[in-house]
Design a protein around this ligand. Structure first.
Ligand code: PRP
Length: 190
């Protein structure tokens, strides 16, 4: 199966940051750890739409234990390329989380505001445990403390797209993670 690759959009991509093979290797490694840690616990995997859909799809299929999936759509107050402290629920979970062992599956932790809010909210709703798997982290952008138990790749503060991550709803279906050319997101303002 051949999907959209960097070569297909080379005029808009500066360089590849995390290859398809690296993504698959990391997800496989974390899925092995999680399958061991959550044996017999029937975890509920929660992804925040839309960026995490590729990660949760690949990750859930790499687990060797039964797991359930649920989704939430959140929006940080304000718009633009940075999120802020206030989070509102656009679309809620369909599951009752009381007593459940929850693993939040995220594509990227940036400022940390989204996850900090979500962890508190799930605990408030009575989850038995809440842990996080984040495929990517931008440590230099962190504003609030979040404990990411299962960690993927640390990346620099660059505008990345692919494997679920978008610019203006584009590039989510790129099969790797890449840095966008600055002309692409600056061009509109010129
Ligand atoms: C991204 C990402 C996280 C959040 C992280 O979502 O998927 O949910 O930002 O940012 P933070 O750590 O600064 O809170 P985004 O708001 O871009 O929406 P999307 O997933 O629909 O693209």
């Amino acid at each position: 199966m051949v999907g959209m690759q960097i070569a297909d959009i080379a005029d808009e991509i500066d360089h590849e940051l995390v290859s398809k093979a690296q993504i698959e290797a990391k997800i496989t490694e974390v899925a092995w750890q999680v399958s061991r840690d959550y044996q017999g616990k029937n975890p509920l995997l929660i992804a925040v739409l839309k960026g995490a859909i590729n990660t949760i799809a690949a990750f859930s299929q790499a687990l060797s234990i039964p797991a359930q999936l649920d989704f939430m759509s959140l929006s940080s107050y304000g718009s633009g390329t940075t999120s802020q402290g206030t989070v509102t629920v656009r679309q809620d979970l369909s599951s009752d989380v009381r007593g459940r062992h929850i693993l939040i599956v995220e594509d990227i932790v940036d400022s940390g505001h989204t996850l900090a809010w979500l962890v508190d909210e799930l605990k408030r709703r009575g989850a038995a445990s809440v842990e996080i798997f984040a495929l990517l982290e931008k440590p230099s952008r962190r504003e609030v403390q979040v404990d990411v138990k299962y960690r993927g790749y640390e990346i620099p503060d660059e505008f990345v797209v692919g494997f679920g991550l978008d610019y203006d709803e584009r590039f989510r279906n790129l099969d790797s993670i890449a840095v966008l050319k600055s002309e692409v997101y600056q061009g509109e303002q010129a």
